[in-house]
Design a binder for this molecule. Structure first.
Ligand code: ZN
Length: 214
């Protein structure tokens, strides 16, 4: 089974993708992670990534697809994969379809995790992280024992510079403009299942499993 997990940045796609790997016995494929690993390996392909990434340029789709092809050929992906963070554009979605088709496969289901903007802002603006150990808290949902000290190590809790309403709104606008059209592409194929991305991790996992029929 090949699944695409979809949702705005901060919706919790990565967390749910990890949980699904255990349930389904298929790997999570994140092109971001793959690119970083390939770049670190110093391979020929990795050097090509480095050329673009070190200059802050967008990596051409053709390179990302070579990486995906290589990853999908590994034995653990023979029964399918969970795509997280790819495709990000309609041309990428089309290219992924062609790549899968060439191997007798297809995207079976696209799970769209829907989180309203107000909820995204609420989640991110009240996030605090420990300067010393990196532990993450949420002032409402996962509060630290004291508002400015880490419960694990006593370190100072800080708000990350990007965790502001303005940044969340900007990221959401970018998501809507560039990424949301992909949902239209997959909707035409009749494979989109929308679920609410609000609730506990267990609740959301249960919704995803119901959406994919597991
Ligand atoms: Zn700490």
């Amino acid at each position: 089974m090949n699944i695409v997990l979809f949702g705005p940045p901060g919706a919790g796609k990565g967390t749910q993708a990890k949980r699904l790997t255990t349930v389904l016995g298929i790997p999570q494929i994140s092109t971001g992670d793959l690119m970083r690993a390939e770049r670190a390996s110093g391979s020929e392909l990795g050097k090509e990534f480095d050329h673009y990434m070190s200059q802050g340029l967008l990596v051409p789709d053709e390179l990302s697809l070579r990486l995906l092809e290589q990853r999908l050929a590994k034995p653990d992906a023979s029964k399918g994969a969970i795509f997280d963070g790819f495709p990000r554009t309609v041309p990428q979605a089309e290219a992924l379809d062609r790549l899968l088709q060439a191997n007798g496969r297809k995207i079976d289901v696209v799970v769209s995790m829907e989180v309203p903007l107000d909820e995204m802002i609420e989640r991110i603006v009240h996030r605090r992280s420990c300067e010393s150990c990196g532990q993450i808290y949420h002032l409402r949902y996962n509060p630290p024992p004291s508002p400015d000290a880490c419960g694990a190590c006593g370190g100072k809790l800080v708000q990350r510079k990007d965790d502001t309403e303005e940044v969340v709104r900007k990221r959401n606008d970018e998501y809507l403009a560039k990424t949301a059209p992909i949902l239209g592409y997959y909707t035409q194929q009749g494979i989109v299942k929308a679920i609410s991305g609000i609730g506990s991790l267990d609740e959301i996992e249960a919704r995803i499993k119901a959406a994919i029929g597991k």
